[in-house]
Design a protein around this ligand. Sequence first.
Ligand code: HEM
Length: 366
Amino acid sequence: MKSSEGTRGVEAWVGERLPVEKMNFDSMVQKKEVPIHRLSWAYYLGGLALFFFIVQVVTGLMLLFYYQPTVSDAHASVEHLTLHVPGGGLVRNTHAWASSLMIAAVFVHLLTTFGMKAFVKPRELTWVSGVLLFAVTLAFGFSGYLLPWHQIAVNATKIGLQTIEELGAYLPGALAEWPRLIRETIQGEATVGQATLSRFFSLHVILLPLTMAGILGLHLLSVQLHGMSAGVDETPRRKEKFFPTFFLKDLQLWGLAFMVLFLLGTCLPFESLFTYPLFEPFNPNGSTPDGIKPEWYFFWVYYPLELLPFWVVLLAQGVLGGVLIGAPWIFRDTNRRTLRLLALLAALYLVVMTVFGEQVYHLFKD
Ligand code: HEM
């Protein structure tokens, strides 16, 4: 009796979040409306992240025609593709730019949906799937960085994997062994080598895309089922039809994003932004280059790791992960004003660490 009540409870919960009766064209597309208010611009950010993800899939598939996932040929194949294959440099540069732009769009989308309180009932699944998409997006960046097998990438990956192992020192009992096992599983051999490259490659081109497709499907389905959240406290002056009005505006923005991406892809090599040479092949006898850093989207955790005791950063990350996943329940009764303030503070922290992280580091270290 008890268990059937429990099952009915779960069914009712899921039914409210994923209402099957609304799974039709009429409810999900024709009747959907988008509120118009001062924060309406934020409704375009998820679509923008989606656009950059599509670009990543298309350019990534093109790169696969030439890329060789072996330690002997990876670097040479990327060099050949960039310098000798017609359009190869453009495709590779676009893949690099779109990865950064997608991650930036996901960061802002996370903060705006948080500030607009778009996570409350019935959108808990939209939010939780979003948090998972955020993690998968960062994992794409981490795994892709190693693939060209250059000096910086291999060394940065070694440091990243070492950091995972160090977590063990802070965990109790049998759990302490887990981070080492995870590191060994990802790394595949005694040091970062062929097994690691093969694993990062399969993660980057098979496992993560499949995971992303599944979670993104759930995310987009729940967005279409529930329509856009109110976003602000005031009743909107008016609403516009999702289809075709909002949809066409979305496409206009995608067109603009395409042009910006094309300009960046043709005119500004992504690697030219780095002070260290990203094109040197990995040399196992070479020393770890000075000033080695992860990609910019990890600076918010990298600089605290450089400045603070490891356990403080670890604790903060654990709390942050828990708060993000639990947001729909933790902030259920928090008003939108407070949430917007929290989102602004988080944005400020991210900008300071990403743009001025080096200065912050010297301010406290020197
Ligand atoms: C690959 C990454 C992601 C893609 C492609 C994506 C895509 C989308 C799209 C197309 C929408 C509808 C338009 C909009 O409201 O912007 C949306 C809505 C939403 N997303 Fe995401 N998203 C991603 C990541 C995230 C993350 C990291 C979060 C937060 C943790 C999140 C939470 C939400 C929420 C709560 C909504 C509903 C907004 C509303 O009803 O007003 N998404 N997403």
